[in-house]
Design a binder for this molecule. Structure first.
Ligand SMILES: Cc1ncc(COP(=O)(O)O)c(C=O)c1O
Length: 471
């Protein structure tokens, strides 16, 4: 069986990782401390990284097409980032006081991102979206949050609603999704204060928001659905949300924690929409845990501790100098030309991947924009979260395992994020690896995927290309 053979090769290549995982299982639930790096039967443990490559605990090198889930846009150990870190380490790692680097990184971000007049730093994207939502409630005096089904905003309570529903709970219809808790243990009260919107369906977003016009403080949305499969917004969808939120006095929050890497000013620059607040992370920390939320100065001023009722934002490591200098060094490398090259490389890889899968007659769609890609084993490109669920998980997992065996690491869910050390040679290397994996497996997968597609009811997507055909 192909699955056995890819898995057997994986097991044979990764004995040190298996031993580490066995030790970890006794200490960390499931042997892991991060769901997104967990995989069956165990993840590959990494010893080091340099440029576009990572080396595992067994000494095997692979092309890294994950780059810590999009963070390391310059690849591993970029000289400018390493120099900044080395210099800072010699001066100590953190203080109970701000540093010049915090001001400089704030200047860099405010200069780039149109919506961000003022900014605050945190250590994770989870904190950034949590504070942005709290700010929105404080600013508007309203208590409900509207978010998109399948959107990902981290793991605090309000972020943990309908980010990955399966349909086992009552999730409502696709055009009127109901809030579903992501897990047990969630404070159930957030289910009553969360409105769930259908991505790329502006007509229903319009209706749902109008029905909740008095109560919704903010609409939070990723300009392109990231974790759910790099699903770009349909024409007019983001502009429509901007118009609706303005009309009802709601704040529009763009969660650009992933999409900031698409342009110097993030996806908001690319799409020409200015939200009220923006959350950022990943690339702004140069590989260290740094995130941020920012936006209109009149809203951000609610955080001002000089105000008697300023919203508190403590955090032992907020603005920690190592993160600030690494982020600053990374951001300063990112000229407009760097984004252009990176995005062109992504478009080229997307195109070549699609042509390779088509050559092997596999129903695969590679979605995304520029340097962010996602491989879906689906007959049509998903335009919503629910449409991604028709992908065949077994084939996807075998494919990712096969790619690891061939020396290319992509995320278990099929995501690819490029970094600047990836050029034409690395794109060719990736395609050659895909071809070798497909040579071994395509026949079996083809049969499986075609019989799955035949049973899909209704057919996965009848996309119109427009967000709001009725409006
Ligand atoms: C769009 C988006 N929002 C929020 C988060 C959460 O960020 P963090 O993992 O730093 O908490 C992520 C992380 O992947 C993300 O992609």
């Amino acid at each position: 069986m192909p699955h056995q053979s890819e898995l057997d090769t994986y097991l044979a290549q990764t004995s040190t990782s298996r031993a580490l995982s066995d030790r970890a299982r006794a200490l960390l639930p499931g042997g892991t401390t991060r769901d997104s790096t967990f995989r069956e039967p165990y993840p590959i443990y990494i010893a080091s990284g340099a440029g576009a490559r990572i080396t595992d605990a067994d000494g095997r090198s692979r092309l890294d097409l994950i780059v810590n889930y999009t963070s390391l846009i310059l690849g591993h150990c970029h000289p400018a980032v390493m120099a900044a870190l080395t210099e800072q380490i010699a001066k100590s790692t953190s203080f109970a006081a701000p540093t010049a680097a915090e001001v400089e990184l704030a200047e860099e971000i405010c200069a780039r991102v149109a919506s961000v007049e003022q900014v605050r730093f945190s250590n994770s994207g989870t904190e950034a979206t949590m504070f942005a939502l709290r700010l929105a409630r404080a600013y508007t005096g309203r208590h409900k949050i509207a978010r998109v089904e399948g959107g990902y905003h981290g793991s605090h309570e309000h972020a943990s609603v309908s980010s990955k529903p399966t349909g086992e709970d009552d999730w409502g219809s696709a055009d009127r999704p109901r809030p579903v808790a992501d897990s047990r243990g969630l404070d159930r009260s957030v289910l009553t204060s969360t409105i769930v919107l259908p991505f790329n369906d502006l007509a229903h977003c319009r209706q749902i928001l109008a029905e909740n016009a008095e109560d919704v403080a903010a609409v939070i949305v990723e300009p392109m659905l990231g974790k759910s499969g790099m699903i770009p917004p349909a024409e007019g969808f983001l502009a429509g949300l901007r118009e609706i939120t303005q009309r009802h006095g709601m704040l529009l929050i763009f969660d650009e924690i992933m999409t900031l890497r698409l342009a110097p000013g993030g996806a908001q620059q690319r799409f020409g929409i200015t939200p009220d607040l923006t959350t950022m992370g990943k690339i702004i920390g140069g590989g260290l845990p740094v995130a941020a939320f920012g936006g209109r100065a009149d809203i951000m001023d609610l955080m001002n501790p000089r105000n008697r009722d300023g919203l508190p934002q403590a955090g032992t490591f907020n603005g920690f100098p190592l993160g600030m200098v690494a982020g600053l060094a990374q951001m300063r490398q990112l000229t407009p030309a760097v984004y252009d090259t990176l995005n062109a490389t992504g478009d080229n890889l997307r195109d070549r991947l699609e042509r390779t899968f088509a050559y092997y007659e596999l129903p695969v769609n590679v979605t995304g924009i520029g340097s962010l890609l996602h491989i879906h084993f689906t007959p049509t490109a998903p335009g919503t979260y629910r449409e991604t669920l028709t992908t065949d998980g077994t084939v996807l997992s075998e494919f990712v395992t096969g790619m690891l065996n061939e020396g290319v690491a992509l995320a278990p869910r099929g995501m690819i994020a490029l970094s600047t050390p990836i050029g034409e040679a690395e794109v060719a290397e990736t395609i050659a690896a895909v071809e070798r994996v497909l040579e071994r497996n395509a026949a079996g997968w083809r049969q499986r995927l075609h019989s799955l597609a035949a049973h899909l009811d209704p057919p996965a997507a009848a996309r119109t290309g427009s967000a709001d055909v009725t409006a």
